[in-house]
Ligand binder design. Structure first.
Ligand SMILES: NC(=O)c1ccc[n+]([C@@H]2O[C@H](COP(=O)([O-])OP(=O)(O)OC[C@H]3O[C@@H](n4cnc5c(N)ncnc54)[C@H](OP(=O)(O)O)[C@@H]3O)[C@@H](O)[C@H]2O)c1
Length: 336
């Protein structure tokens, strides 16, 4: 049994894009589970855009990681000691246990996962927070109807790649915007998107969107914000629905980004823009997970994991995700 726990803590608040030196690997004593708790050995860690918000002091996120504290993050792990009858040694669980090898947590804060439904890392992706975000964000906020055109920004990432596939299941025409030719090919050739384009090699987003959305845009699932969103809004149809899931183009900015004022377009088109957080659907997670697991089993949803090895490489994995080097879900493998 190990006696030392490796943890990655926030070493400094980043300015702009985080650097590896904003994180530090430290060793601490092995945690001990109290009554009602389980000790968990982390196997996979999820690195997600929301963590950038938590690295700010009084930032856009409502929560903050203090300098010197363990970075926040979801993991899938194995129970190695349990002081609660709900969990047994050997069980696989998912929970928000942070960037570390081991953590003790109340059993009620851990989700028991079944590896016969999907392999362990998928519970941080299709059957985890990104899958639920795609499911509720598209279905509950946008109400897609057959034949409608759905545009997705950040389309080749964890949430976006699932949104497009769910939109296809709902018989929509699906257009993905992503940051490389390889990503666009992945969307159109492997995931069944009808069209897509690489925003990094496109100079006029409006003209490109007009070409790939000849009947306009009924639904926009926004993961990125900024100039991509400004262009999409110019092409929305009457009664369009816009789900604001995230604004990743803004997360590393130190000064607010000022763009065109397009609210009047919503008046002309009687359109709806709605922000949401996956956590508002906590009481419906069961429904979402059941449906996502069914689509997985039926082969109607495909997924791609981008896995980096080693807890010590978690900062690198996080930074590469923010820079768009990930295809699908960025994860870190911590142990077998
Ligand atoms: N509302 C919620 O409850 C909720 C829950 C989960 C996630 N989210 C949000 O959903 C979005 C996607 O999250 P995810 O976990 O699926 O991450 P992800 O898409 O797997 O990874 C982030 C992607 O963002 C893109 N990106 C980075 N900088 C960009 C920029 N300046 N402009 C355009 N695209 C940029 C990159 O792809 P490219 O190569 O295409 O640039 C990168 O791969 C994020 O905004 C996140 O905050 C919201």
């Amino acid at each position: 049994m190990e006696t030392v726990n490796r943890q990655i803590v926030l070493a400094a608040r980043p300015v702009g894009l985080p650097k590896e030196s904003d994180f530090r690997l430290v060793e601490s004593p092995m945690p001990r589970p109290r009554p009602g708790e389980a000790l968990v050995r982390a196997l996979y860690l999820s690195v997600d855009p929301y963590m950038r918000g938590w690295m700010r002091r009084n930032g856009t996120s409502s929560r903050t990681v203090e300098v010197g504290a363990v970075m926040v993050g979801g993991i899938v792990g194995r129970v190695i000691e349990s002081n609660d009858p709900r969990l047994a040694v050997g069980d696989l669980v998912e929970g928000s246990l942070g960037w570390q090898d081991y953590a003790s947590a109340p059993a009620k804060a851990l989700r028991h996962i079944d590896p016969s439904v999907a392999p362990a890392p998928a519970w941080l992706y299709v059957l985890g927070m990104p899958g639920l975000t795609a499911y509720f964000g598209l279905l509950d906020i946008c109400h897609p109807q057959p034949g409608e055109t759905v545009v997705i920004s950040g389309a080749a990432g964890a949430v976006g790649s699932l949104v497009g596939q769910i939109a296809k299941i709902k018989r929509c025409r699906t257009v993905g915007i992503a940051g490389s030719g390889e990503k666009v090919r992945f969307l159109t050739q492997q995931l069944g998107f009808d069209a897509g384009f690489n925003y990094k090699t496109t100079s006029d987003y409006y003209a490109k969107l007009k070409e790939v959305c000849p009947t306009g845009i009924d639904i926009y699932f926004d993961n990125v914000g900024g100039p991509i969103t400004d262009a999409v809004i110019q092409l929305i149809n009457a009664r369009a629905r816009v789900a604001v899931c995230g604004q990743i183009s803004q997360y590393n900015l130190e000064q607010p980004d000022v763009g065109p004022r397009w609210l009047l377009q919503l008046v002309f088109k009687q359109a709806k823009v709605e922000g949401f957080s996956v956590f508002q659907y906590a009481d419906r997670y069961e429904e979402g997970l059941r449906q996502l697991a069914t689509w997985l089993r039926e082969g109607r949803i495909k997924y791609h994991e981008d896995i980096m090895d080693g807890l010590e490489n978690a900062p690198r994995a996080f930074i590469r995700m923010l820079q768009g080097e990930n295809l699908g879900k960025q994860l870190v493998k911590i142990a077998e």
